[in-house]
Design a protein around this ligand. Structure first.
Ligand code: MTE
Length: 298
């Protein structure tokens, strides 16, 4: 499978092109049963980054720590066939082939702000389905309070895992209410294309109000658990990375400010802008954290 960008850096009006493309997709979807559903929450005025930007400036440490390493090396990952182990406190545990687990899901396009903990940001048009659909499919049992996720660990296909930059496999977690929230996406593509490997093919999490590292790529295991699960960056440095990792301009990273962000793209006119509480999704998610001290639970 070759993921060829059809938009390049030479496109000076990515939005206009994209809108055109969306119209084409919308009419194609109209012809398909179970096509792409209506646009979702909070995406109206967002101007997406180009396909080129989204696929050439990545964090995926399994393929190296350089921003261009994933674009260079992620082609080595075999993503078909792909299966996901679902275990823990669920009614229907088991090994699900990707196609079986994603069958019948309502797939939508969601344009989300994406804010990395390194204080840069992009706007990404994802395709995917709400994680809550998948959780309903497997049947969450009443004792489950958290969802744990795990990325594939394949030394022969992932040149970065020979370096102990973090503990492998990469793991992440959400509280069950965060996982059930309609903004929380299982993303299976961008710009209407299957997920590029550097972005976490074939399926990755996207949690738009949290720093980017929560959005774990190339998921092979989903576990419903009672206790707060370990997370890769918290294990690596608990002082700098908490379990919640909500985007919060008022809580600095110990080594840099989180008050502003560098917007990727736009060449020499690249802008810096103020970071918004919960990355701009405050109205939708603030209630999840009512009564919590977010400087302590960072
Ligand atoms: N998932 C895995 N398995 N390995 C990683 O190194 N990096 C995280 C997150 N998910 C990472 C990961 C970080 S730090 C960010 S900012 C986002 O992926 C980047 O996603 P993108 O490359 O699609 O923009």
């Amino acid at each position: 499978m070759g993921y060829k960008p059809d938009l390049t850096r030479d496109d000076v009006t990515p939005k206009a092109l994209y809108m055109n493309r969306r119209q084409i997709m919308a009419s194609a979807a109209g012809l398909m049963a179970g096509g792409i559903a209506a646009p979702a929450l909070a995406q109206n005025e967002l101007e997406p980054n180009t396909f080129e930007e989204i696929t050439n400036y990545n964090n995926y440490y399994e393929f190296g720590t350089g921003k261009e390493d994933p674009a260079k090396f992620a082609h080595m990952l075999t993503t078909d066939p792909w299966s996901i182990e679902v275990d823990g406190l669920v009614d229907r545990p088991g090994t699900y082939f990707y196609a079986d687990l994603t069958e019948g899901m309502t797939t939508e396009e969601r344009i989300y702000r994406f804010r990395c903990v390194e204080a840069w940001s992009m706007v990404i048009p994802w395709n995917g389905f709400e994680l809550n659909q998948l959780l309903e499919k497997v049947g969450v049992q009443s004792g489950a309070k958290y969802v744990a996720f795990e990325t594939a660990y394949r030394p022969e296909e992932m040149p970065g895992v020979k370096f102990p930059v973090v503990e492998w496999p990469y793991v992440e977690g959400l509280r069950l209410d965060e996982a059930m929230h309609p903004l929380t996406l299982m993303a299976t593509g961008i710009y209407g294309e299957p997920m590029p490997k550097q972005n976490g093919a074939p399926i990755r999490l996207v949690v738009p109000w949290k720093y980017g590292f929560k959005s774990i790529k190339s998921i092979v295991r989903i576990s419903l658990v009672e206790d707060e699960p370990p997370t890769t960056w918290n294990k690596a440095n608990a002082r700098e990375y908490g379990f919640y990792s909500n985007v919060n301009p008022n809580v600095d990273h110990p080594r840099w400010s989180q008050a502003t962000e560098r917007v990727i793209g736009g060449g020499i006119f690249a802008a810096r802008k103020d970071t918004l509480m919960f990355n701009g999704y405050e109205d939708q998610v603030a209630s999840l954290y009512a009564g919590m001290d977010l400087s302590e639970k960072f």
